[in-house]
Design a protein around this ligand. Sequence first.
Ligand SMILES: *[C@@H]1O[C@H](CO)[C@@H](O)[C@H](O)[C@H]1NC(C)=O
Ligand SMILES: *[C@@H]1O[C@H](CO)[C@@H](O)[C@H](O)[C@H]1NC(C)=O
Length: 422
Amino acid sequence: MARVVKVFRTLRNHWKKSTFAVCVLSYGGHWLHLQTLLLLFTCYHCLFQEFGRQQIEPHARLRKATVVLNPAACSGKANNLFEKNAAPILHLAGVEITIVKTDYEGQAKKLMEFMEQTDMLIVAGGDGTLQEVVTGLLRRPDQDTFSCTPIGFIPLGAHNSLSPSLHLLSDNKVKDITSATLSILRGETVPLDVLQIQGEKEQPVFALMGLRWGAFRDVAATISKYWYLGPLKTNAAHWLSSLREWPLVRDVVVSFTAPSLRPPDLPPQKPTRPNLLYRIKRRLQNYWNPPVEEPPKVEEPEEWKEQQLSTLELFVQTHNKNPVQRRLNDSLMICAEPDDFTVGEFITVGKKKEEDPTVFTKNATILEASACHLQLPEGAGGFYNIDNEEYEAMPVEVRLLPRKLQFFISAERREQLLSQTQ
Ligand SMILES: *[C@@H]1O[C@H](CO)[C@@H](O)[C@H](O)[C@H]1NC(C)=O
Ligand SMILES: *[C@@H]1O[C@H](CO)[C@@H](O)[C@H](O)[C@H]1NC(C)=O
């Protein structure tokens, strides 16, 4: 094991070279990504144990990592690999790695119900897989314990909305996967907000990016139908939809509560335990002068404000697009485009939203809240996109769970995001 640690240190010292090495390693085919992943985070765990040896008792329990892999998101080779290797548990350098392969929609969510405690969770898939994992995790009765379990996201899907928040992006999928894997190896994490979206009857769904409802969403869902128009397909889809119906305005009543102040960020490292003498002294002090017990906090009733919005599109989103930005409040954003677009503006804005649906025009209404209710007009059908997954539109309550989950982030991306906010 010492050797592996040494190799890892060397890699760390020659970061550029090691990135290259990993790229070459993983270029041989998609299933190799997974091997790279396993190798890398075995190294990570070796290192982890090396540094943490003082705290590890002789009979420390095995460290566990769980990988949720959606092979549909990667090439056929990965599928073959998993059919051959039926045993999904690997033991590598004292780490028990459980690989959970998901075969059908909804399975990842179910599997989360039965997952045992794990020291690290890796999600290799796209938006759909990630949402199932997060939703499955947060529906568990013991979901609180997962707030400290670091989650790694390996972008294998067609849509990976969370990737730009965590990893350096390139136009090469292999590089993106490598960068995501390296971020897990380096172990730096960032807390992300989660939205709890609750319909009247259904169980809640959890989202990391947000809930989108409106004309731009509806058109975006049809763009692929116009594939034969090549680069004109986005414009065409918007124009044709404006011919079918115009204006595309929707009315919605939004009630919301004010955001709450964000507590100061905790230091990234746990404070070291104070020495024994100090602890004894403090205990004695507490004994002679017991600290005054704080009076129980009286929960202030939430004050709901109501606003009628007439909009082309509504997006209830988190701040996870830039998770490292310093913020005063913990809040979700209710963004609503105005209702007075011309057809020309509809097409230009639609094109921009096709690249990044979270951007809003200058005249958009933006409300900050800690929770909100969406009341749709009678008979309003249609669909929401919740983190890019389609759901039937219905009245919902959206509630912010601030800094709920820890995700691995690449140090380089963190720097980039920090410099964007200055
Ligand atoms: C933070 O929230 C309070 C209400 O709780 C609001 O008055 C204030 O404007 C918010 N600050 C920012 C920077 O959004
Ligand atoms: C924003 O609103 C103002 C006034 O209502 C209007 O003059 C302006 O054209 C609008 N801008 C856009 C980009 O729609």
